[in-house]
Design a protein around this ligand. Structure first.
Ligand code: TYM
Length: 341
C-alpha cells in the first residue's frame, strides 16, 4: 500500500517551546514510521516580521537540531531548510496570482500580528499563508500535522488547491496538486500560556515567563512554573472553564508524565498548587533533559547537521520541482526544459 505523504514545519523564531513540541513535533516522530515524511525549517516565514539577521542562521540550525533531538530520524524523514528549495518561493508567486486578496485579509493570525506591527506590516506577513500553502502543495502532502492554531491556514491551502487551481485550471484532467488534510491530535493541540491560561503559548509573547522553551535550564523551568498563574481554588481539574490555568497545567502533567488524563485528574484532584507545581516541574525537567543533551551534541558537531540538511534538500528538491512544473504548465507558462536546437 502506498504510504501517505506528510509535510510540516516550524518557524526558526526564538527557541521552540512546549507548544511546538507537544502540538507538532512529538506527533511527527510517530508519523515518520508509517508515512513518507517531509519536515522543513520555515526560515522564509520567520522573516515576515522584523528579525535579527545575525540570529536567523543560528536559529535555523538550532531548530533543525531540535527536530532531531526530539526524535526525528533523518533516515526515515526528509529534514530540510525551506529556503534551500527555491521552488517554495516560486510556487508562492504563482499561487499569489490566483488567490483572492480578501482570503488573506480574513486570516486571524494576520490580523493579530498586523495589529502589533501597525504601519510596518510587511507584504510578506499578509502573504504568509500562501507561502505555507506552497510548502504543503509542492510535496502533494496528504496530511499536515499541526497545532490547532494552524487550522485556518490549512483550510486556505485546501481552498487554493481545490478551488483556485484544480477546478479552474484542470477541470477535465487529473488534479494538478493534491488537496491536503490537517492532522490535529487533540492532546497537546493547544498548549496555553503560563501567565494567562486563555492565551496560547507563543514565541511572539514578549514575556519569556509565559512559555517553557525546550532549551530552558532546569532552574529556569522550575522558576517559570513556580511563577505560573494560579487561582484561589485547591485541587487540579480539567473540567472547570473558569480555571483555564488548572486545566492547562494538568494537561501538561498528563502528557509529560505519560499517564492518562483520568489518572492525572485522579492523582492531582485534591492537591494544593505548591505540591502540584513541584511535581510538574520535575516531569518537565525530566522530559527536556534528553532533548537538551542531544541538541547540545548536534550543535557541537556542525558537520552532522550540515549533512542531514544537505541530504534533505537533495531529496526534497526533485519532488518540489515536479509539482512546480505541473503548476507552471497548467497556468500556461512556457516549459523551461526546451531542447536547444
Ligand atoms: P509555528 O512556528 O508558529 O508553529 C509550529 C507548530 O507548532 C504548533 N504550535 C502549537 N501547538 C500547540 N500549542 C501551542 N501553544 C502552539 N504554538 C504553536 C503550530 O500549530 C505548528 O504546528 N505556519 C506554521 C509553520 C509552517 C507550516 C508550513 C506548518 C509553515 N509552513 C507547512 C505546516 C505546513 C506555524 O505555525 O509555525
Amino acid at each position: 500500500m502506498e504510504r501517505k505523504r506528510v509535510l510540516s514545519g516550524v518557524q526558526p523564531t526564538g527557541v521552540l517551546h512546549l507548544g511546538n513540541w507537544l502540538g507538532a513535533i512529538r506527533n511527527w516522530v510517530e508519523l515518520q514510521h508509517q508515512h513518507d515524511t517531509f519536515f522543513c525549517v520555515v526560515d522564509l516565514h520567520a522573516i515576515t516580521v522584523p528579525h535579527d539577521p545575525a540570529l536567523l542562521a543560528h536559529q535555523t540550525r538550532q531548530t533543525a537540531a531540535l527536530y532531531l533531538a526530539c526524535g526525528i530520524d533523518p533516515q526515515l524523514a526528509t529534514v530540510f531548510v525551506q529556503s534551500h528549495v527555491p521552488a517554495h518561493s516560486e510556487l508562492c508567486w504563482l499561487l499569489n496570482c490566483i488567490t483572492p486578496l480578501n482570503w488573506l485579509e480574513r486570516m486571524i493570525q494576520f490580523k493579530e500580528k498586523a495589529n502589533k506591527q501597525g504601519s510596518q506590516t510587511s507584504v510578506g506577513l499578509l502573504d504568509y499563508p500562501v507561502l505555507m500553502a506552497a510548502d504543503i502543495l509542492l510535496y502533494n502532502a496528504d496530511l499536515v500535522p499541526v497545532g490547532e492554531d494552524q487550522k485556518q491556514h490549512l483550510e486556505l491551502a485546501r481552498n487554493i488547491a481545490q478551488q483556485r487551481l484544480n477546478t479552474r485550471f484542470a477541470p477535465h484532467r487529473e488534479t494538478i496538486l493534491n488537496v491536503p488534510e490537517p492532522l490535529i491530535f487533540p492532546e497537546g493541540a493547544r498548549v496555553m500560556s503560563l501567565t494567562d491560561g486563555r492565551n496560547k503559548m507563543s514565541k511572539s509573547d514578549p514575556n519569556d515567563n509565559s512559555r517553557i522553551n525546550l532549551l530552558d535550564a532546569p532552574e529556569v523551568v522550575r522558576k517559570k512554573i513556580k511563577r505560573a498563574k494560579t487561582d484561589a481554588a485547591t485541587g487540579l481539574t480539567f473540567d472547570d472553564p473558569e480555571r483555564p490555568e488548572a486545566s492547562n497545567l494538568l494537561a501538561l502533567y498528563a502528557l509529560l508524565s505519560g499517564g492518562s488524563r483520568a489518572a492525572a485528574a485522579e492523582e492531582c484532584g485534591q492537591m494544593g498548587w505548591g505540591q502540584f507545581k513541584g511535581m510538574l516541574s520535575e516531569v518537565v525537567v525530566d522530559a527536556l533533559r534528553p532533548i537538551q543533551q542531544r541538541h547540545g551534541e548536534l550543535m557541537g558537531d556542525p558537520a552532522v547537521l550540515d549533512r542531514v540538511l544537505s541530504q534533505g534538500r537533495q531529496r526534497a528538491e526533485p519532488v518540489a520541482k515536479a509539482s512546480l512544473e505541473r503548476v507552471r504548465t497548467a497556468l500556461g507558462l512556457v516549459p523551461r526544459n526546451l531542447e536547444l536546437s
